[in-house]
Design a protein around this ligand. Structure first.
Ligand SMILES: [Zn+2]
Length: 590
């Protein structure tokens, strides 16, 4: 009886499975669900998962013909689930939730449509801040597919007018490649492949490259790498100068490739990278979606030092030990152990999200390994990706959590005399490795500052030393022994102070001026070191909205009928991140 029951259950399960995953398996990204958010041709200046500084790009950057003010329309029906206003980052942004479980995001907007605009302005006056966020309920701002919700703009950290558009999975908040839903993007252009890189990864790896023209050999030792240039010949991509690659020990590869689409010259991100050896996958990456929490793994995905030194984006086709970005499938982390006397056929295939592909092939020939070096390795301190690291010196301490680096690095922090600088320096200069090694999780650095006067402790901060002694703000607070900051880069650091308040410059206002025809009041605010921390604008003692655009250092109050004609007084207070305050009071007439 019981076995009959089990059989029956199994039959039902099999039927359900067939129904769910067989005939009725729907396209997860149907082409007709989302419409374009703009009513102009879709030309991209940025693509999903394109490589940017310290992150993968989370959406599409859609060109707006160099202007702000194009209507932005809801891509599908839904409801406004989040509204945000910020002086940097996304600027003015709208989030629309849809019944299909995805959310669309519209970023760098010039302004919101009604009733959102009035709702947000009321919230700004209620909270007396420019930067606000709101999470309206499902019934508060329903939108129809195609309904105008905003105008496109250039707000926040935008390098020019465009619409940044994202699709996110509502459950996980992960951005998904919007191009998977089709939209009207024309792309028949395959990815372009510029060159690839070979890395002698192992402790006694050797790579030898023969030059086709001179016949000469170039030899790479352990830890070294080199580019191999590619050229298009008779319709295929071939190695330009190198005609033989020999190796011994563990080697790895990386590739410089960008995608393009018709009507745009911008370098876009590719979708898949495959590296096969003898017809089998050695390395595969696919950028369908990712998590914003992990976007900094970009620095492990690419050859970070190469990016810093030459500006080239070389994507590693091997997974660094501390790289937890979940987009890879690989054999042995993409590392190839080359055996003497064996030859390996390697092939790269690069694919964009519309299925256009490019590829090239090369061979690696195994040679005998060299005699191992006889000298003892020098004693060094190792920071590993999977262990914390602590260093206590007489003039500084360093505490790094697990996951600070992606690979093991030799680390010998030292303090040396500080360089001459135009800013005051109250410590020795502490050298923590070098800036071309990426840092993932923040580490804590405390630098002793014996010569720091007690009355300047509140103003003390770390500075990162650049070329010719220039200092850039690295944050930090006095903690009783020295100045402590949590840092996300390696390099040279000192203790300095910021005692200078921000500057405030009225742009269209002077004492007693009649502003009735100006429509607005504008100020420029700047800080010399720690940056603008806070501002407050008021007229006749009452808080008023000043919109702040950090990239232009611009503060703007638009007259909106709240002020009666007559004499008024505007006051603006601005503080930096070290608590230095400036203020101006200017009477005017309206
Ligand atoms: Zn963008």
């Amino acid at each position: 009886m019981e076995s009959h029951d089990t059989m029956w259950k199994q039959a039902v399960l099999a039927f359900v499975a067939l129904f769910l995953f067989g005939s009725a398996n729907p396209d997860p990204y149907p082409d007709d669900y989302f419409d374009s958010p703009l009513r102009i041709p879709l030309l991209l200046s940025g693509s999903f998962a394109e490589m940017r500084s310290n992150h993968f790009h989370g959406g599409l950057d859609i060109k707006t013909q160099g202007h702000s003010g194009y209507g932005v329309h809801a891509a599908a029906e839904g409801w406004i689930s989040r509204i945000a206003v910020a002086s940097g980052g996304y600027g003015n942004a709208l989030y629309v939730s849809h019944p299909n479980g995805y959310m669309t995001v519209y970023v760098h907007l010039d302004r919101f449509a009604e009733p959102i605009a009035s709702y947000i302005k009321a919230l700004q006056y209620e909270q007396e801040t420019f930067e606000v966020q709101s999470f309206p309920g499902k019934d508060q701002f329903p939108v129809a597919k195609g309904q105008q919700i905003a105008w496109s703009g250039n707000s926040g950290s935008s390098a020019g007018p465009h619409l940044h558009f994202e699709v996110r999975d509502e459950q996980t908040s992960e951005p998904v490649n919007p191009a998977l839903w089709g939209f009207d993007i024309t792309d028949t252009t395959p990815p372009r492949i510029y060159r690839f890189k070979v890395y002698a990864k192992g402790p006694d790896s050797i790579i030898r490259l023969r030059d086709k023209v001179s016949g000469g050999w170039r030899t790479l030792g352990p830890g070294e790498d080199a580019f191999i240039e590619l050229i298009r010949r008779n319709g295929s991509i071939v190695l330009q100068r190198v005609d033989r690659i020999e190796a011994s020990g563990t080697v790895a590869f990386g590739v410089q490739t960008h995608d393009f689409h018709e009507g745009s010259n911008n370098l876009l991100g590719q979708y898949r990278i495959d590296l096969e050896v003898d017809g089998e996958t050695l390395f595969h990456s696919e950028l369908e979606r990712f998590s914003f929490n992990q976007t900094r793994f970009l620095n492990a995905h690419v050859d970070y030092a190469e990016r810093r030194s030459s500006g080239r984006w070389v994507q590693r086709s091997h997974v660094l030990p501390g790289n937890e970005f979940p987009i890879y499938e690989s054999r042995n982390g993409g590392l190839l152990d080359v055996m003497e006397g064996q030859s390996y056929d390697l092939r790269y295939i690069i694919e964009d999200v519309f299925g256009n592909t490019s590829g090239f092939s090369f061979e690696v020939h195994g040679i005998a390994s060299p005699d191992p070096a006889l000298s003892d390795p020098p004693e060094v301190h190792i920071m590993r990706h999977d262990e914390p690291f602590t260093w206590r010196g007489s003039s500084f301490t360093l505490r790094a959590p697990e996951g600070t680096v992606y690979d093991q690095i030799t680390l010998d922090p030292v303090s040396v005399p500080s360089p001459a600088s135009s800013r005051p320096i109250y410590s020795e200069m502490v050298r923590i490795h070098q800036a071309d090694e990426p840092v993932h999780n923040r580490y804590q650095l405390t630098i002793r500052a014996d010569s720091l006067p007690a009355d300047l402790r509140e103003k003390a901060t770390l500075g990162m030393v650049g070329s010719r002694g220039t200092l850039s703000w690295a944050g930090g607070e006095w903690d009783g022994w020295g100045v402590t900051s949590r840092l996300r880069s390696f390099g040279d650091f000192v203790v300095t102070t910021d005692t200078e308040p921000p500057s405030i410059r009225p742009l269209n206002l002077s004492s007693g001026k009649d502003m009735s025809r100006s429509g607005e009041i504008r100020f420029r605010i700047r800080d010399d070191f720690s940056g603008i921390g806070h501002f407050r604008g008021s007229i006749n003692g009452d808080w008023v909205l000043f919109e702040y655009d950090a990239k232009y250092a611009l503060l703007r109050h638009r007259f909106d009928g709240r002020l009666a004609p007559g004499s008024h007084e505007v006051r603006l207070e601005v503080s930096d991140n070290k608590g230095n305050v400036s203020d101006v009071v200017i009477p005017f007439r309206l």
